[in-house]
Design a protein around this ligand. Structure first.
Ligand code: ZN
Ligand code: ZN
Length: 218
């Protein structure tokens, strides 16, 4: 599995082109916008796009999903149905933040805890990780020990919970009860900023390290 990060939108969101090297087929995780840049990178890699995967309904993660799905005639999978209210507001958010191309849509498939998503010969497990948004999911390749966690966890930080229906305690619980059991040696791609490992965050992340008290922020 090969991963190409394409930072998109004014928020520098890590859109990921995730490639099955055996079949040269790809999934695109969180195409928030700047879809010409995503399309150019897909062409440069010479891969066929199988589907679009979404971690959550925020504009910087799914603002380009509909246009890209139409471009490749592929389906959109995710996030969890609880984020429908965010996706329904995409057009309004677009105007507020000066993004282009964001259209509301209904994913062909809503995702839930325990689902799997597939592209080429690869499959990824789906975990429901609410807190940043109520319908946030993450994708995990057990074979490659690699997770795409959206805005749940960052290197040295965690997702904001001051949006409508955000919940700080729930976010901490999602990280500890869903992410950590996947293994310290798992590398994760966050929605923004550099990659890290779960083990490194358990050691050093002030919000969720193992010696921090659950639910408090330093
Ligand atoms: Zn977000
Ligand atoms: Zn984000």
């Amino acid at each position: 599995m090969k991963v190409i990060l394409v930072p998109v939108t004014p928020f520098q969101q890590n859109c990921s082109i995730v490639i099955c090297e055996a079949t040269q087929r790809a999934a695109i995780v969180d195409p928030g916008g700047d879809i010409e840049r995503i399309i150019a990178e897909v062409e440069r890699q010479g891969v066929v796009v199988d589907k679009i995967l979404l971690t959550h309904g925020h504009l910087d993660h799914c603002g380009g999903a509909k246009a890209l799905a139409d471009h490749y005639a592929v389906q959109i999978e995710g996030p969890h149905r609880e984020d429908a209210f965010w996706i329904d507001q995409l057009a309004a958010q677009t105007q507020r933040f000066g993004f282009s191309d964001a259209e509301a849509f209904t994913p062909e498939r809503w995702l839930a805890d325990g689902d799997t998503v597939q592209f080429g010969n690869e499959s990824m497990e789906v975990y429901f990780c609410p807190g940043h948004t109520p319908g946030h999911v993450i994708f995990f390749s057990r074979e490659h020990k690699l997770a795409f966690v959206g805005d749940v966890l960052f290197a040295g930080s965690i997702g904001r919970t001051d949006f409508p229906r955000g919940n700080h305690a729930e976010l901490i619980r999602s990280i500890r009860e869903k992410l950590w059991p996947l293994g310290d040696d798992v590398t994760f791609v966050p929605g923004h900023g550099p990659t890290s490992t779960f083990g490194e965050e358990r050691r050093s992340n002030p919000f969720v390290r193992d010696d921090a008290t659950a639910g408090t922020t330093a």
